[in-house]
Design a protein around this ligand. Structure first.
Ligand SMILES: *Cc1c(COP(=O)(O)O)cnc(C)c1O
Length: 377
């Protein structure tokens, strides 16, 4: 079955009433029909609605196992339970702020991290030591849109017996399949494009092996950050339109990125779908789209303020990946917990904004930005 069809028809086992959508099994516990076996026993371990969604996401990412979590952060936290004190990791220096915050807290437990520009393979190689266990990347990264070569990094990982963990939230399995490129573990914030409507939090971990899948399930049930049946239903419903939304978001983002490049008050437009982006070629090689995330550097804090306070269709709000277009001020929101020096070095300052393009009409979106910057035109 092709991707779009699978998104709409994940139903493998119809229920006894022939329901078209997956029923919400809102039950914490299940009757044991046999003395020593029950397919379901307790919803922290497994639940039919959640399992159905997990099976779908596993197939979309072409993995061997999938577990669904209450948030993306719960998913990432559970993955790091695979490791122990003394282990060393190499991670992209540009990452979702919450992942960076988690890694800082793990440093207190004697996990150690080297943060490097993972688009540079030599830098990755130079940091590998005898305690290194995994490489952790986002591509494109948040918010600088740096592209890392998944296939080449996976080769380095295999040669050195390291796991490659890829956060695929930005491109989704519709555009990019890290497991096919050699990744061992794929993470999603399902809150974003998979859910797609800014109404539900969720996270996923997909693995390329049954053994890793068993380990993740063990820690998932032990830590308990699982996705509820109702939220599983909402994410599965969101996924039905994933391909339509991603196509529209992709084409809108290209139009808006090109428009933003024409404005003199915007100094830089970071979008992996623009040919002048340093990651353009590699992204094109390893994915089927550029997604909907654009970062911009505006001329002054005054322009940033004007945009954030005057937009009417775009909303000044955290998060991304929904049908509605949002603008984020990373220095006050997603990356507020970064040490100031580090944030400044990366250029995440008062002139830096991140845009998540939605599915509205692109002309309305362009006019909204124009009016916010220049007043009624
Ligand atoms: C939002 C996000 C996360 C965290 O997900 P939550 O669902 O908010 O916990 C992780 N990675 C990326 C790339 C994100 O955008």
């Amino acid at each position: 079955m092709k991707f779009e069809t699978l998104c709409v028809h994940p139903n493998i086992n119809e229920d006894e009433y022939g329901a078209i959508t997956t029923p919400i099994y809102q039950s914490a516990t299940f009757i044991h029909k046999d003395l020593n076996y029950s397919k379901y026993s307790y919803s922290r371990l497994s639940n039919p609605t959640r399992n159905h969604l997990e099976d779908l996401v596993m197939k979309l990412e072409q993995g061997k196992s999938c577990n669904a979590f209450s948030t993306g952060m719960a998913a990432i936290t559970t993955v790091f339970k695979l490791f122990k004190s003394g282990d060393h990791f190499i991670a992209s220096s540009d990452l979702y702020g919450g992942a960076l915050r988690l890694f800082r807290t793990l440093e207190k437990d004697n996990y150690s991290f080297d943060f490097v520009d993972t688009s540079n393979l030599d830098l990755i190689k130079s940091k590998i030591n005898k305690n290194t266990k995994a490489v952790y990347i986002e591509t494109p990264s948040n918010p600088l849109m740096i592209v890392s070569d998944i296939e080449k990094i996976s080769k380095i990982c295999r040669e050195n017996n390291l796991l490659l963990i890829v956060d695929n939230t930005f491109l989704t399995p519709y555009f990019q399949n890290p497991i096919l490129l050699g990744a061992d573990i794929v993470i999603h914030s399902g809150t974003k494009y998979l859910g797609g409507h800014n109404d539900t939090l969720a996270g996923f971990v997909v693995t390329n092996s049954n053994k890793l899948g068993e380990d993740i399930l063990y820690y998932a049930k032990t830590i308990g950050g699982c996705l509820s049946p109702f939220d599983s239903f909402l994410i599965e419903r969101g996924i039905k339109t994933l391909s339509l939304r991603m196509d529209k978001i992709n084409s809108n983002a290209k139009i808006i990125a090109e428009f933003l490049k024409t404005l003199p008050c915007i100094k830089k437009v970071l979008y992996v779908g623009l040919e002048d982006n340093p990651g353009y070629e590699i992204n094109k090689k390893q994915s089927r789209g550029s997604g909907g995330m654009i970062s911009i550097v505006v001329e002054s804090a005054e322009i940033a303020k004007r945009i954030l306070t005057n937009v009417k269709i775009f909303k000044y709000a955290e998060s991304l990946g929904g049908v509605d277009s949002l603008i984020t001020y990373p220095m006050y929101q997603t990356h507020a917990d970064l040490p100031i020096k580090e944030r400044e070095e990366k250029g995440i300052n008062e002139c830096f904004l991140r845009i998540s393009v939605g599915i509205e009409n692109p002309i309305d979106l362009i006019n909204d930005l124009k009016e916010a910057i220049y007043g009624d035109v």
